[in-house]
Ligand binder design. Structure first.
Ligand code: SAH
Length: 352
């Protein structure tokens, strides 16, 4: 399905927005821009604009996301939004409030074509790319929600539904908008990839120093071919070389995501291989460990927490840096790999 081409409220640059204010005094653009991006207001609530203009803008610049549900977990600190898009497909966004930061996990596609078997989004398949307006609006909506509890969004992770590198044009345009128009530091923006090497190389050539996260999950090709099918196209040696180049150009830390799957990638040998791979990227590679979250289409469970900590200790013994990440929003299916936007996933599910 092709993404829509009609303009939406947060899809326009400042210059493009100016075209919608034809015949208005020039200061109206400042008022509108400040209303949308500083006050995070709806056009109808931007009180220094004349009422008729507010109504016109509201009608001409529709929102791209229609709210379906909002689920809350972790005593209010994790909020998952389910949105419906033009054309009917659905996506999710997660807002996570921490003591020292507020992070929005955004989707870059409706569904995903990468087909990682353990990921609910991958199990559901690909529907379509998201537009710049749909990506930026996820951040604005989450920021509006954070503002209600007096919090400001500080970090963005492209770790929601979809493969950002497969939709890099709109993803990068939205990074630039989030940076310039919403005022977030590039150092607080992370793009996560399953390992699309041309995407990593393109990212290295783009100006802003965003963080790169790579969903590794296995440090030998045989196992990674099974877990992450794209590995067959972009095997580990080439992937590590691309990460090393990214590090060299950007001088930003590269992190590896490692979803710990019981008895699959949590053995001593796995820790040894992973540490060896990290040492090729020293001093900037960092491993994030999380126990695999349950998804309907994948039978194997996550590694028990005690073993996750042992694995972390083993990695450090072998000379790699690793952190055990706290899981957020598992009870509302908002955690890593659980975003399916309400799609019924049945692949591999046991009958009954
Ligand atoms: N497609 C990109 C962006 C998605 S990020 C990428 O793969 O990097 C979502 C992260 O959650 C990825 O690291 C993914 O591998 C991980 N993940 C997927 N399913 C998971 C699960 N069931 N439990 C834990 N992590 C999972």
């Amino acid at each position: 399905m092709a993404p829509p081409t009609t303009p939406t409220r947060y899809g326009l640059t400042r210059d493009e927005l100016a075209a919608h204010l034809d015949g208005e005094p020039r200061y109206r653009l400042d008022q509108l821009w400040d209303g949308l991006y500083t006050q995070l207001a709806e056009p109808t609530d931007i009180s220094n604009l004349p009422k008729a203009l507010r109504a016109r803008l509201d009608e001409r610049l529709p929102a791209a996301l229609t709210p379906v549900t909002e689920s809350v977990s972790d005593t209010g600190d994790t909020v998952k939004f389910l949105w419906e898009l033009d054309g009917g497909s659905r996506i999710e966004t997660v807002l996570m409030l921490y003591a020292d930061r507020a992070t929005v996990c955004v989707s870059s596609q409706a569904g995903c074509a990468m087909a990682c078997g353990f990921c609910a989004t991958g199990q559901a398949g690909f529907t379509r790319h998201l537009t710049v307006g749909e990506i930026v609006e996820q951040v604005v909506r989450a920021a509006q929600r954070a503002k209600r509890v007096d919090r400001r969004v500080s970090n963005i992770v492209f770790m929601g539904m979809g493969e950002p590198m497969a939709n890099l044009g709109p993803v990068w345009a939205s990074v630039e908008r989030i940076h310039a128009d919403l005022g977030l530091s590039a150092r607080h923006i992370t793009i996560s990839t399953v390992g699309v090497i041309p995407g990593i190389r393109s990212l290295a050539d783009l100006p802003l120093p965003v963080n790169l996260a790579v969903s590794l999950h296995a440090a030998n090709d045989a196992l990674r071919d099974e877990l992450v099918p794209l590995n067959k196209r972009y095997p580990l040696d080439d992937l590590v070389a691309a990460c090393a180049d990214y590090l060299r150009v950007k001088n930003r830390r590269v992190s590896f995501e490692w979803a710990m799957i019981d008895g699959v990638n949590d053995r001593e040998q796995d820790a040894r291989e992973l540490a060896e791979l990290c040492r090729r990227l020293q001093p900037h590679a960092h491993v994030n460990l999380i126990p695999l979250n349950p998804t309907p289409g994948y039978p194997t469970r996550g590694t028990p927490l005690a073993r996750v900590h042992e694995f972390r200790d083993a990695l450090e013994r072998f000379g790699a840096n690793a952190t055990v990440r706290r899981n957020r929003g598992t009870d509302i299916d908002a955690a890593c790999g659980q975003l399916a936007a309400g799609q019924a996933v049945t692949i591999g599910r046991k009958p009954g």
